[in-house]
Write a protein that binds this ligand. Structure first.
Ligand code: PLP
Length: 914
């Protein structure tokens, strides 16, 4: 916002842009102070200070005292003192030194501005993690400074952590504080606070109304606790009540509090409880023990020579490996499962404890740690939950681990297609109507009982997020015990965003579970049943937002996360989360799946990093994820609003990535002038698909680069690594690791490249321009149609339905093992065209997966169509898994197919416990 248009006081809904806006505001204040101190206009300084006075109320540092000092200096017209105060506060905020010396401020007592540098600034002190505790109180603001002092007096040198209190007097302010201040880790709610903030707020009110909070009578401590728990479930909540605490403690809704205290009791107890709560999140059972283990003198007589590092550090030849990685890596390696190291295959000790904590953090009933990536987590889930002959509705574009999982388990994939984004050579996500149609078709074919699972990718590589709650509810209305496997390889971080959490598998499962237990739900279901009548047509069912019968639902939800893709785990660290009321019926199968896939020599460091990732996300995930989202918005804005860059490049907004029919709320994009957090929230609640803001498709075809070429330029010439490419785009991703400097670097590089293209075109004359335009047209317009899945050959559909397209992919896969039964035909061979026209069918013997786009254009047993051949012939990528251009397409010979047609089909498995 231009400084001249700053309102006198910031509106609450404007600053809900997130915690990151704070640093910008302080930078602005510094700039304003410099201008004023040089004798310039003080208007910007005053306006920014007014803004900051609002937001800083919700932070422990600089706190009430320093902010009052800033305002006093401004009121006295003292530009010099103002600048020096701002400089010192900025320094403390930037170096985070205030965290080491919380509240440790010297007041010289003579009425001058206190010495605002922490007394011990610059000295080395033992590192104690810092956090802030929110205190919601009915006391008047004039009493808050004394309250702060009282809390600080509770600190003791033996405390493992140090915290500052942040005091607010209303429910709305408490909400703002937990949203804005990522350092808050605990909340004390005293009864008797007000409802409304004294700040102006237009967007906050609808939010409060949506939470059922309308007047002062709703401003109860319990209500507030539930509001906070919804946005930041990781926070420890404490109730200080001076009423009937015993009754409150017996109320099941009060479980949201970690502890309930009677107000007049010892504050020290509360202080110790707060520290204990943080310690519980801080403890990393496996990692903590591994560190201890590494310090013990252990003689190893097992098969892992590098354990303890002696074979490395004594060697003349490989010592550099030891020097590079450091001693601890080797001291902390072992193939033992004793000494508290536990066994990943059958965890009963520290790994089990670490997994339980991860389950708490992710909102699951249980979590499995997996040390070979989500590729393995997916195969484990598919193998454990499906058996031969079971049918799974699967997104054809899902990661190959799902397809291979079907091969391993013998389950039959019933492929459904995502909506195509042909222009960018990528797919979106699978429309709910398509999924419902597949279920209804299976029902019509009398085989709904065999449809065991819906298996989808959320979010997709390119950032399409499902409405997980709606998908599950509507599917459960058709099949109440359907299992859901959500591949959230890219989306693990979303759990720690109050905006995105609702769109995760576990977030939606929690909402469905709560809805099932709401006594009003049965009536809602019955009302819809009455409206639908006895035998509603498929057409009616497809267009109705179906409500499941809450009494019949068996909620069975699985979620896989590549912890290494969005959190601080080492590569391959993955978690499989379970929320399944029937888990006891498949527990043994899960054990078998772990035994099948987990290495018997899992890497200790990987397991430890999963444990530590959980700790980090429970203690600072909220702020880190908010930062990743803000960085993404900053990149989007910088690229799309820069005149030179946007001449050749553009980042696709939600409107380009999600067709309007799936954006029912009317949301267009995060950068749209009308967008604010309320409209984004509505979109997240209502729309069929949303776009994960952190996944940015940058179109580079308009600058004359194909995706692979542009990825190479960024990597080789500018040291910028990106993720995925398409024919005319690259995918940029922000994560918890990124900083504003990364944004600046990327934007500068794009400006440089755009400048080069621009200069080349200006200098090159008409011919250069013509060549450029032809190249852009070829990349942006002459794009190949994306081939849909055709069908399995009849030989692999021995027991298939008439309306559904599932097939026996496992037999298709093993047909390739019969060398005599297979043939190769080159892509350019006219024989391909002849067979496409006159037969016999071309049937793929293998998976063929080009990178990009990365989805299987052929699966084993699939009949190859003209569309697929056209697509392959137009593909100009080098990496095609499962296809060797010199040999050609691997096909199952017609004779072998004929032989197979006589074969008995696999019988459906009976997996359910009888
Ligand atoms: C959707 C999806 N699922 C699973 C995986 C595999 O995850 P990992 O690399 O952790 O094995 C990927 C990898 O890119 C993926 O994109």
């Amino acid at each position: 916002m231009s400084k001249n248009t700053r309102p006198a006081q910031k509106r609450i809904d404007q600053f809900l842009s997130g915690p990151g806006g704070r640093a910008d505001d302080w930078r602005d204040l510094m700039e304003g102070a410099k201008v004023w101190a040089r004798g310039g206009d003080r208007a910007n300084y005053d306006a920014t200070l007014a803004d900051l006075s609002v937001t800083e109320e919700f932070h422990g540092y600089p706190g009430l005292q320093l902010m009052a000092a800033l305002r006093e200096a401004a009121a006295a017209g003292d530009a010099g003192t103002s600048l020096s105060l701002v400089t010192r506060i900025m320094q403390a905020l930037t170096t985070r030194s205030f965290r080491q010396h919380a509240g440790d401020l010297k007041d010289d007592g003579n009425g001058d501005a206190p010495d605002l540098l922490p007394q011990t600034f610059g000295q080395q002190a033992a590192h104690r993690p810092y956090f802030e505790t929110l205190i919601v109180t009915g006391l008047s603001p004039s009493e808050w400074p004394a309250l702060t002092t009282e809390w600080r007096k509770l600190r003791r040198p033996v405390d493992a952590f140090v915290y500052e209190p942040v005091i607010v007097g209303s429910l709305e302010d408490a909400f703002c504080a937990v949203m804005l201040n990522p350092n808050i880790a605990a909340v004390i709610i005293n009864e008797g606070f007000a409802l409304r903030s004294h700040h102006n707020s237009t967007a906050l009110r609808p939010m409060m109304t949506a939470s059922g909070i309308n007047d002062e009578s709703d401003a109860s401590a319990l209500r507030l606790a539930h509001v906070i728990n919804r946005v930041r479930p990781e926070l420890d909540l404490y109730l200080m009540s001076n009423r009937d605490v015993e009754t409150m403690a017996g109320n099941p809704d009060a479980n949201v509090f970690r502890r309930i205290f009677y107000s007049i009791e010892e504050l020290l107890e509360l202080h110790l409880s707060i520290l204990e709560g943080i310690q519980d999140r801080f403890d990393t059972p496996f990692f903590d023990n591994l560190k201890k283990y590494a310090q013990r003198p252990i003689g190893t007589f097992h098969a892992l020579p590098i354990a303890r590092g002696k074979s490395i550090f004594k060697s003349d030849w490989i010592r550099d490996m030891g020097e590079f990685y450091g001693l601890n890596l080797f001291l902390a390696e072992s193939s033992a499962t004793t000494g508290g190291l536990d066994s990943l295959l059958e965890p009963t000790g520290n790994i089990k404890k670490a997994q339980d904590k991860a389950a708490r953090a992710l909102g699951a009933d249980r979590v499995f740690f997996v040390t070979n990536g989500t590729s393995t987590s997916n195969k484990m889930a598919v193998q454990a939950l499906l058996g031969p002959g079971d049918i799974a509705i699967v997104d054809r574009n899902c990661h190959k681990s799902h397809h291979y999982g079907m091969v391993l388990s013998g389950a039959q994939p019933l492929y459904v297609e995502a909506f195509p984004m042909t222009e960018y050579s990528m797919y979106g996500a699978v429309p709910l109507k398509t999924i419902k149609q597949a279920l209804l078709n299976a029902k019509a074919d009398g085989r709904l009982d065999r449809v065991k699972m819906l298996d989808l990718t959320n979010c997709t590589f390119d950032g399409h997020i499902y409405n997980t709650r709606r998908v599950m509810e509507e599917c459960l209305a058709i099949k109440p015990d359907l299992i859901f496997l959500w591949d959230e390889a890219w989306f693990g971080f979303a759990r720690f965003s109050p905006f995105l959490r609702r769109r995760t598998a576990m977030g939606a499962a929690a909402a469905i579970e709560a809805w099932m237990h709401d006594p009003k739900s049965v009536a809602v279901y019955e009302k819809q049943q009455a409206e639908l009548g006895k035998n509603p047509s498929d057409e009616t069912l497809l267009k109705t937002r179906l409500i499941p019968d809450p009494r019949k639902i068996r909620l069975r939800v699985y979620q896989t996360n590549s912890t290494h893709k969005s959190m601080s785990a080492l590569r391959q660290g993955s978690m499989l989360s379970v929320k399944d009321v029937e888990f006891h019926t498949v527990e043994q199968q899960f054990k078998e799946a772990v035994f099948t896939h987990a290495s018997t020599s899992p890497n200790q460091q990987l397991i430890a990093s999963l444990d530590v990732s959980r700790r980090q996300m429970e203690l600072e995930g909220y702020g880190l994820v908010a930062n990743a989202i803000e960085i993404a918005i900053a990149i989007r804005r910088a690229v799309n609003n820069n005149a030179l860059i946007s001449k050749y490049f553009r980042i696709l907004g939600a409107d380009a990535m999600v067709p309007a029919q799936y954006r029912q709320s009317g949301f267009t994009d995060y950068l749209a002038p009308s967008a604010n957090w309320a409209s984004a929230l509505k979109s997240l609640d209502d729309d069929e698909f949303c776009l994960d803001p952190t996944r940015m498709t940058l179109v580079c075809g308009t600058a004359g680069f194909d995706g692979t070429q542009f990825k190479g330029i960024l990597a080789n010439e500018y040291d910028i690594q990106i993720n995925k490419t398409s024919r005319n785009s690259v995918l940029i991703q922000s994560n918890i690791n990124n900083t504003r400097s990364d944004v600046a670097h990327l934007v500068r590089v794009l400006a440089e490249i755009a400048g080069e293209v621009d200069r080349g075109l200006t200098r090159g004359g008409a011919n250069t321009r013509k060549t450029f335009e032809a190249r852009v047209k070829s990349l942006m317009t002459d794009v190949p149609d994306l081939p849909n899945f055709s069908h399995f050959h009849a030989s692999f559909r021995g027991d298939a339905g008439t309306k559904t397209n599932e097939g026996d992919i496992r037999s298709g896969f093993y047909s390739a093992y019969d060398a005599a039964g297979c043939e190769f035909i080159r892509l350019a061979d006219p024989e391909i065209d002849r067979r496409l026209k006159a037969g016999p069918d071309l049937v793929s013997a293998s998976f063929v997966i080009p990178y990009p786009p990365g989805f299987p254009i052929m699966v084993p047993g699939q009949v190859i169509t003209q569309e697929t051949i056209d697509f392959m012939r137009k593909l100009d990528v080098k990496e095609i898994h499962g296809y060797d251009a010199t040999e050609g397409l691997k096909l199952v010979r017609p004779e072998a197919l004929a032989r197979m047609s006589g074969r008995k089909p696999a019988a459906p498995a009976r997996l359910k416990a009888s």
